[in-house]
Design a protein around this ligand. Structure first.
Ligand SMILES: [Mg+2]
Ligand SMILES: [Zn+2]
Length: 208
């Protein structure tokens, strides 16, 4: 977190408005199930510098998170939004600006009736990404989703994005399916950044 982030973009090749859709738990921060306490948020060390580099290269950064704790009655929307804002402020303090935070409050087995629904926004459905793309004018075919389980991959592929799986050991079922094949498997977000640097003319120096 204390690492200096002196990134500079030599030539950005992101011509259209592309986004990186970011899963939150297990991707940006340590996965503490149903945590909404800002004090328990632990950002992975590589995340701020990678996000800074990606936004410097022209990508919009949009967090997309399932928050079924709302449907289960563990906490309310306000608590989730407070935690989301806390995360975005922590990232900003570390030099990384996120452009949006989207979450699904539903779960089919929820006990809060208003949110007990089989919805289109709970990943692996693509609704959150589609909404974020509409609101930010995103070209989905130029965009990526990154997440730590195959439901993130499926949501991204269904939305027409490419998908990177950050394999931190959190995917345990590996259910197959035509939407569940990642385009890239990496150990952390650094791996996605390096891939994008190689695949395009995006040159970002000083990350490490
Ligand atoms: Mg996750
Ligand atoms: Zn939903």
């Amino acid at each position: 977190m204390k690492r200096r982030t002196s990134s500079s973009v030599a030539s950005a090749s992101v011509a259209t408005t592309a986004a990186i859709f970011l899963d939150k738990d297990g991707t940006l921060i340590e996965d503490v199930p149903y945590n909404i306490e800002p004090k328990n948020i632990r950002i992975y060390p590589e995340v701020p510098s990678v996000l800074t580099a990606l936004s410097s290269a022209g990508y919009k950064l949009l967090v997309v998170s399932n928050q079924p704790g709302i449907a289960h009655g563990y906490f309310d929307r306000i608590a989730v939004e407070r935690a989301g804002n806390a995360l975005m402020e922590m990232l900003l303090d570390a030099g990384a600006r996120v452009d949006g935070f989207y979450y699904c409050p539903h779960h089919p087995d929820g006990k809060v009736r208003h949110y007990a629904a089989r919805c289109e926004c709970r990943k692996p459905q693509p609704g959150l990404l589609l909404q974020a793309a509409r609101e930010h004018g995103i070209d989905l075919s130029a965009s990526w989703v990154v997440g730590d389980i195959l439901n993130d991959v499926e949501a991204g592929k269904r939305a027409g994005c490419r998908a990177a799986l950050v394999d931190r050991g959190n995917e345990t079922e590996w259910l197959p399916g035509k939407w569940r094949k990642p385009d890239l498997v990496v150990n952390n977000l650094d791996g996605l950044l390096r891939h994008l640097q190689q695949k395009s003319n995006v040159q970002i120096s000083g990350i490490r």
